[in-house]
Design a protein around this ligand. Sequence first.
Ligand code: FES
Length: 164
Amino acid sequence: MKKHEDISRRDAMKMAISLFGGLIGTTLGIPAVAYIIGPALKMDKANWIRVNSLSAIELETPTLFKPRVTRQNGWVAEEEEVGIFVLTEDGRDYHALSNICTHLGCHVHWIAEREQFLSPCHNGVFDKHRYVVSGPPPRPLDEFETKIEDGNLYIQLPAIKRAS
Ligand code: FES
């Protein structure tokens, strides 16, 4: 009987030590895991980027701006330039279009005399309002959400991919 009590006491002690060790491991482990994977979870978080002052935007002609943005991709922060064509017909509604062709990613150019965007790589053509006119692009130019604050135009990254 006494021997049985000793074994039980020993087992109880082992269990208590295991429980205590597990508790310490969990207490230290959760913050460590959060620290390690935290930046990866912040990847591609949408954010607002200032493009320029409204006074710098021409009426009725797409105006190219290249704001610099910092993208956090896991542990790596990369600074890059984003090409944005801004179009307003009336100075109230603003459309911000990506300058990246939706075919294979070449930069499009605004051809003023034709009032069209041209992608020189494979002759993709888009109209002033971003829609495909001819060539291989599968969909219109991507468009960004916009907002105006204190006389400045902001866009939200990433762009919205819309089918034609
Ligand atoms: S990349 Fe624009 S048409 Fe091919």
